[in-house]
Design a protein around this ligand. Structure first.
Ligand SMILES: C[C@H]1O[C@H](OP(=O)(O)OP(=O)(O)OC[C@H]2O[C@@H](n3cnc4c(=O)[nH]c(N)nc43)[C@H](O)[C@@H]2O)[C@@H](O)[C@@H](O)C1=O
Length: 336
């Protein structure tokens, strides 16, 4: 019997990479999304049709649903009806900056569905055989003095987004301990790809570098330059999510490269890819500043390397170059 997975937030960056990975491994995938007719869903299907997939027609191995996680009973029935083996809970409000303006919506989007899914697993007749992954975030360590951060670093959230992730991760921990369920969280550091939108700094930079190179734009206005992150490639990180659910025991893992890079380095590589100097085009505007920034976020991936043999495959520079090149191809095809 093929394995059956549910991916919440399947049309997002991580959802689409994970969907490709699971289909390539012969899984039957159920995806949930807010709108069954969205443009992002069409993009997902178009991308999957191009990707290398098993022989089966797409509709027989990929099914999209609009699920209401607030109705626990219905979610539990769904898990039983479709005999879901693995759940990858990736849906949520992921923009840290926006969470300062919309704290309640952020909590509702990130905490309630996690709890509803945990309750649905507990109520399911197959509760002991379902495996659950929750996408947690490096932001839970935002205020820590410890560097690099590992699974034993104390939580120190510094934004409503970070606090919502602490709540979700704590719920996962307590369901694991109280009910012996196979439920775990991946503490994901920043991870980017050509599919990243311009709402995030990486997507905004590569978009601007491509547009400036093509003569469509002349400047890039960012917020705070004096920052940096541990940036990895999303395609590598979904592999780590899958490996976590194949392990013999449910454990939380830091998913990170272990390398910190400044935003200036990111800018330098992105603009160099199109033969330009970022300093000629980039300015900073306080209107894009956040009320508070995390301290130096860099993850220690030792545990996941040792236990699961996971290693990031794509370097920082390779990832940025691929993002810029893809954006140029996309801009050209859109203007045709
Ligand atoms: C781990 C974590 O990773 C991501 O959250 P993020 O780190 O906030 O990502 P970002 O790309 O929005 O910001 C990175 C840095 O870049 C600075 N920055 C400067 N100028 C602009 C600017 O113009 N736009 C943005 N967005 N950021 C800017 C900004 O102030 C910040 O210091 C999410 O996946 C999240 O879901 C998650 O869990």
């Amino acid at each position: 019997m093929p394995q059956t997975a549910l991916i919440t937030g399947i049309t997002g960056q991580d959802g689409s990479y994970l969907c490709e990975l699971l289909l390539s491994k012969g899984y039957c995938v159920h995806g949930s999304t807010r709108s069954a007719e969205s443009e992002s869903l069409n993009h997902l299907k178009a991308g999957l049709n191009k990707a290398r997939l098993p022989e089966d027609p797409l509709d027989s191995v990929l099914k999209i649903h609009q699920l209401d996680f607030a109705r626990d009973e219905a979610t539990s029935e769904f898990l039983d009806k479709h005999k879901i083996d693995e759940i990858y809970h990736l849906a949520g409000q992921t923009r840290v900056g926006d969470s300062f303006d919309h704290p309640t919506a952020t909590f509702n989007a990130n905490v309630k569905p996690t709890l509803a899914l945990l309750e649905a697993i507990r109520a399911s007749s197959r509760s002991q055989s379902i495996r659950f992954f929750q996408a947690s975030s490096a932001e839970i360590f935002g205020g820590t003095e410890e560097s690099p951060q590992s699974e034993s670093t104390q939580y120190a959230p510094r934004s409503p987004y970070a606090a919502s992730k602490v709540a979700a991760q704590s719920l996962v921990e307590s369901y694991r301990e109280a009910y012996g369920l196979f439920v775990c969280s991946g503490i994901l550091y920043n991870h980017e790809s050509p599919r990243r939108s311009a709402e995030f700094v990486s997507g905004k930079i590569v978009d601007a570098a491509a547009r400036i190179a093509l003569g469509e734009e002349h400047k890039l206005v960012l917020g705070n330059f004096e920052t940096g992150r541990d940036w990895g490639f999303a395609g590598d990180y979904v592999e780590a999510m899958w490996m976590m659910l194949q392990h013999e025991a449910p454990k939380d893992y830091v998913i990170a490269t272990g390398e910190w890079h400044s935003l200036r380095e990111f800018l330098e590589i992105a603009f160099q890819t199109v033969g330009l100097d970022w300093q000629d085009y980039t300015t900073s505007d306080p209107k894009f500043f956040r009320p508070v920034e995390p301290t130096r976020l860099v993850g220690d991936p030792t545990r996941i390397k040792t236990d699961l043999g996971w290693q990031p495959q794509t370097t920082f520079a390779e990832m940025i170059e691929a993002m810029v090149k893809q954006r140029i191809v996309q801009r050209r095809s859109e203007s045709e």
